[in-house]
Design a protein. Structure first.
Length: 107
């Protein structure tokens, strides 16, 4: 199964769990987000994902972008670019970059 922009749109809406941190800050739950991304990539692509690594401590601020690393069982490491859409930590997968191939929804 190829991973086209059309398929990318199918996984565009991810809801990430959040965790409260001191001083009233809220951060993205990186462990749950990694699990969700792995499941979505495996489901939509039909291939196993070896690992997903998202940064910890990402504050929930609308319009914040951050990257997660996705490593398929076979193939090259990829970068998933994510966007926090709102204060409820709704997250959209903006694009997936793999080496020289760009799977962005916009181009």
């Amino acid at each position: 199964m190829t991973f086209s922009p059309r398929n990318l749109l199918l996984i565009a809406l991810l809801a990430a769990a959040t965790a409260a941190v001191g001083c009233g800050e809220t951060v993205v739950d990186d462990v749950k987000l990694e699990e969700q991304l792995k499941h979505e990539f495996e489901t939509k692509r039909g291939e196993k994902i070896k690992s997903v690594d998202c940064p910890s401590g990402v504050q929930v601020k609308p319009k914040t972008k951050f990257d997660c690393t996705v490593v398929p069982q076979k193939g090259k490491k990829e970068t998933a670019v994510l966007l926090i859409r709102n204060d409820e930590a709704d997250i959209t997968l903006v694009e997936v970059k793999s080496g020289e191939v760009d799977f962005s929804a916009g181009g």
